[in-house]
Design a protein around this ligand. Structure first.
Ligand SMILES: Cc1cc2nc3c(=O)[nH]c(=O)nc-3n(C[C@H](O)[C@H](O)[C@H](O)COP(=O)(O)OP(=O)(O)OC[C@H]3O[C@@H](n4cnc5c(N)ncnc54)[C@H](O)[C@@H]3O)c2cc1C
Length: 381
């Protein structure tokens, strides 16, 4: 078992850390306050390769291996998890799924423009009445001539307000269940595609989240992902596994930032004539935070390594375990960070309250904690 990063991976981590601290950090407060993604961060991410992080190099992307992708996600999230979600929803949820499941024609047409950041991507699975029970979704696809006509609403979609290309899950016939599900590459310019409302959120406020409304939306049959009907569930689950590992990396990034801030603060803040770091109850919190972060990292990077090795069965089980543990861990760790900072931690002058708000989404998105437990339990049958 080798836990060492390669020289390339170490270098990538340094470059992304430097980028995040130099380019993203000065804008974090404004993005959180005004609940917006600052456009300049799209352009600036191009040379970094962040817009192509889920897309293989042969299509212009920067994906070398999934461990590297995880390192990039973690480092971005240490500074702003919302920005990491903007890049990730584009490059991973949309681009990576096309790379794994698209036809050669679809890959050639869409991946280079996504990798270069000329077009922005998103993924629309969730519907107002179908979240965890995604396989029962109701967005309908009817084949008419050489087109599919899509009708339905997708909600809580990361990047929906800014995306040009959406991967949309729809059913040919709800009575077919899983066998009726298909995935479509839908462009914002297709007739019948409407961007719905944008949501105001508790955290991740630099990541725009919104609705996509499809009203008799005309999609060419060439845009059926993979070119074969009924593959939607397989495409959905393969996408969710990668998404879950990424979600875990983002949770680890936030938790690491909260931990670092807490150690620094505990050494500086004095009460009863001594740094609060010297109180054993504070040390107890810091030690628990550190061990939990490291445990989450081990689970997550083991999952990413399995993914790199093509061990998808074990990788899926680990993705669910990592998602469950890392995301709940981030909620606990960021909560303790606020506690260590006392009243200052509750104020918006310091970033720890934002870490806590940002962390709360992680046990919800990409499969809730409860759903991850169901997946893990299914392996125990
Ligand atoms: C910020 C944000 C960004 C998102 N981005 C995207 C995106 O880009 N694309 C996309 O498609 N979706 C996205 N989502 C949607 C997300 O994946 C769903 O919110 C999530 O899957 C949960 O679905 P739901 O909100 O409908 O909750 P529900 O499914 O209604 O769940 C409500 C509660 O019931 C519990 N529950 C449900 N079923 C069971 C069960 N069988 N056993 C026990 N408990 C159960 C859940 O765990 C949860 O606690 C995003 C969500 C958020 C908050």
């Amino acid at each position: 078992m080798n836990f060492d990063l390669t020289e390339e991976q170490k270098m990538l981590r340094e470059v992304v850390r430097e980028f995040s601290e130099k380019e993203i950090a000065p804008l974090v407060g404004e993005m959180d306050r005004e609940e917006k993604f600052i456009e300049g961060l799209w352009e600036k991410a191009k040379p970094l390769g962040a817009l192509g992080m889920g897309i293989p190099p042969e299509y212009g992307g920067s994906l070398s291996d999934y461990v590297s992708l995880g390192l990039m996600a973690e480092e971005l999230a240490r500074v702003d998890a919302g920005v990491a979600v903007v890049y990730g929803a584009h490059s991973l949820l949309c681009g990576n799924n096309i790379a794994r499941n698209g036809t050669e024609e679809q890959k050639g047409k869409y991946l280079p423009i996504l990798a270069r950041g000329e077009k922005r991507g998103c993924m629309g699975l969730t519907e107002p009445e179908y979240g965890s029970d995604a396989v029962s979704l109701k967005t309908r696809a009817r084949k008419v001539g050489d087109e599919y006509i899509l009708n339905g609403t997708k909600t809580f979609i990361s990047n929906a307000p800014i995306a040009d290309i959406a991967l949309i899950y729809a059913t040919l016939d709800p009575s077919l269940g899983a066998k009726g599900l298909c995935t479509f590459i839908v462009e914002r310019d297709f007739p019948g595609y409407h961007v719905g409302r944008a949501f105001s959120k508790m955290g991740l406020r630099s990541s725009p989240t919104g609705e996509i409304i499809l009203e008799d939306c005309h999609v060419p049959e060439a845009n059926l992902l993979g070119g074969v009907e009924g593959k939607g569930v397989k495409q959905m689950f393969s996408g969710l596994d990668v998404e879950r590992l990424m979600w875990s990396c983002l949770a680890i990034g936030i938790a690491q930032a909260a931990f670092d801030a807490s150690v620094k603060y505990a050494k500086e803040r004095k009460q009863f004539g001594q740094p609060i770091f010297d109180f054993q109850m504070i040390q107890d919190k810091l030690v628990a935070m550190l061990v939990e972060i490291e445990a989450a990292r081990l689970l997550t990077y083991k999952g990413l390594t399995y993914w790199d090795q093509g061990n998808f069965r074990e990788g899926r089980m680990l993705a669910a375990q990592a998602k469950l543990y890392a995301c709940e861990m981030a909620v606990r760790v960021t909560g303790e960070a606020v506690q260590i900072h006392g009243g200052y931690g509750y104020m918006k002058d310091l970033p720890v309250e934002r870490y806590m708000r940002d962390a709360k989404v992680f046990p919800i998105g990409a499969g809730t904690t409860e759903i991850e437990k169901l997946i893990i339990a299914s392996y125990l049958r």
